[in-house]
Design a protein around this ligand. Structure first.
Ligand code: FAE
Length: 529
């Protein structure tokens, strides 16, 4: 196996400078793409979401030179506020090489394929939405910022000192992410949160608890939006395809700070598809990466070869799992263990809605700030239902919930040798708990409020075949050591959502960020002497 690896490595660095065009996002072109050697870097990070951003900042501020390879584009906001498109007038910037806007509630606008911000990965029984951009999911997400419940965290990682997590690393993550709470008087009085107050009212009548939560949206800015003093982003129908103002995404927080050190180099529109390791006597060989460089229309420009001493894989649960499974099964990193690809879950995601109880408002903020909390042993099913907006610009009398249930089912990614592709093993029945939990929530609300299930939305009212929160595939303490060092290889690290086994119990990015902060503290101290 080592000999085979050596031959592969030599081929990458050898004189054969032409390879076929195999870029997945475009049909194979008849012309071969040129292969260009980009040289050696001490540290390479693949992916610039939460795991990648924390890794970049903590390495760069330590004086380490870092290269980020990111497959999406960089989207610097313009003073004209026209970087991103709005939800209702989606254009090609909305979606990653798709003919239609990628959204759970699709507005059928035909698109020209383009390197837009939201991708939808279609596996057999589950579609996964992910951000494709410098800043990863932070560019498209709703900014909901909640640390995991302590009991849930302790159940998942009983061997981590939870006091340190809750006293130090989650607060640090929240500070760096600029997490904040909506002022109560604004929430209670503005027309833009009528949809949320209406759902809370229904919950309280049904004897259910609601919870306000924090967000990475700038609520001072939002209050100015409400007074029409500034450009309207959250109050102007922007989210999921990017916010032209107001939201503190990673490119404005962690990544900005990392760039300010002068130690960060960024290369976007680079999709890494192969990782190998050079053979040395001491098993400390360089990692060698092969990446496809495309333009924003998806044309393959060239294939690039990079090498590095230390490699940080932060391509998200799906991306990291895929890269590692490929490397293991194609003989490039054969010493990876059998935990790679395992313990995957959609965070119990389920979407549902209710109609005809209260008005929910013509003008809705796109930023959720409250939820119904039924995550307790007193209920037959544990579910946390984020009250989501439906900002269609008309009165819909519809309350939408993006819920997280305590679904304990786990799937796994696997390598299909016949197709040379990575697939997700997740059966439809594995969503049963989530659907039952959503039904339970709707029943409770209906008993005291009347109304109907939103049968026209999703599959008869339950969106159980897609998720926003993919988690797992390279779980901390199983596929990696207790700080994210991948077992089997020195100097190979994972710090993203792949580390968390299938469920965060709440929206996951504070969990991912806090955990990466904890792990990087040790890695920077111990592995960079
Ligand atoms: P992620 O942010 O996905 O970053 C991975 C990066 O790697 C991406 O930029 C990829 O383009 C890049 N990449 C992947 N493969 C490659 C490759 N082969 N080569 C180069 N680059 C690659 O990973 N969570 C919350 O906590 N609150 C919310 O309100 C919330 N709302 C959401 C709304 C939407 C529409 C979506 C899609 C997600 C939402 N999430 C939310 C989930 C959250 O964004 C997600 O858990 C994190 O972004 C995951 O962070 P990672 O670092 O794991």
């Amino acid at each position: 196996m080592r000999r085979r690896q050596f031959i592969q490595t030599s081929a990458l660095f050898g004189s054969s400078l032409f390879v076929p065009n195999l870029l997945s996002c475009k049909m194979a072109s008849p012309l071969p793409a040129k292969t260009v050697h980009q040289g050696h870097f001490p540290n390479i990070i693949i992916g610039s979401g939460y795991g990648g951003a924390v890794s970049a900042l903590r390495l760069a501020e330590r004086g380490q030179r870092v290269l980020i390879l990111e497959m999406g584009q960089r989207w610097d906001r313009t003073p004209e506020h026209d970087t991103f498109c709005k939800m209702l007038s989606a254009d090609r910037r909305s979606s990653w090489f798709s003919r239609w806007p990628n959204s759970p509630i699709t507005i059928p606008i035909p698109l020209r394929k383009y390197a837009g911000v939201l991708d939808k990965l279609k596996y057999e029984n589950m579609s996964i939405f992910v951000g494709r951009a410098y800043g990863g999911g932070s560019i498209v997400n709703g900014g909901i910022s909640i640390p995991p419940r302590r009991e849930h965290f302790k159940e998942i990682f009983p061997w981590i000192n939870s006091n340190k997590m809750y006293d130090e690393f989650f607060p640090l993550a929240e500070k760096e992410l600029k997490v904040q709470r909506i002022p109560s008087d604004f929430y209670q009085n503005t027309k833009y949160y009528e949809f949320s107050r209406s759902a809370e009212k229904q919950a309280h009548l049904a004897g259910l608890k609601t919870q306000m939560f924090s967000n990475t949206y700038d609520f001072d800015y939002m209050q100015k939006e409400a007074k029409n003093e500034v450009y309207q982003s959250a109050l102007g129908g922007e989210v999921i395809y990017g916010n032209n103002a107001g939201k503190f995404s990673l490119d404005l927080t962690y990544l900005k700070k990392a760039e300010e050190t002068g130690n960060l180099t960024l290369k976007t529109l680079r999709k890494v598809h192969k990782i190998t390791q050079e053979i040395t006597q001491d098993e400390k060989g360089k990692f060698i990466l092969e990446a496809d460089t495309i333009n924003s229309d998806g044309d393959l420009l060239q294939r690039e070869i990079y090498s590095c001493d230390k490699l940080f894989l932060n391509a998200g649960s799906t991306g990291t799992s895929e890269l590692l499974l490929r490397a293991k099964n194609e003989g490039d990193l054969p010493l990876l263990n059998d935990e790679i690809g395992m313990h995957w879950g959609p965070n119990g995601n389920i979407m549902t809605g209710r109609n005809f109880v209260n008005k929910t408002g013509v003008s809705q903020s796109t930023i959720p700030v409250a939820g119904i909390d039924m995550w307790s042993d007193e209920f037959e099913y544990k579910i946390f239902a984020e009250i989501a907006p439906l900002p269609l610009g008309i009165e819909t009398w519809t309350t939408l919930f993006l819920s997280i249930s305590d679904n304990r089912e786990r799937g796994n990614f696997y390598y299909d040798a016949s197709k040379k592709s990575v697939n997700l093993n997740w059966r439809k029945e594995q969503n049963e708990y989530s659907v039952k939990a959503a039904k339970f929530l709707l029943k409770k609300l209906k008993e005291e409020n009347g109304g109907t299930r939103s049968r026209l939305l999703f599959n008869n009212g339950f969106g159980d075949d897609f998720c926003y929160h993919p988690l797992g595939g390279c779980v901390l303490g199983k596929a990696t050591d207790e700080f994210g060092r991948v077992k089997g290889y020195k100097n190979l690290y994972v710090q993203d959502g792949a580390l968390i086994p299938g469920s965060a119990g709440v929206n996951p990015f504070v969990f991912i960020t806090g955990l990466a902060e904890r792990n990087m503290r040790t890695i920077v101290k111990e592995d960079f002497t």
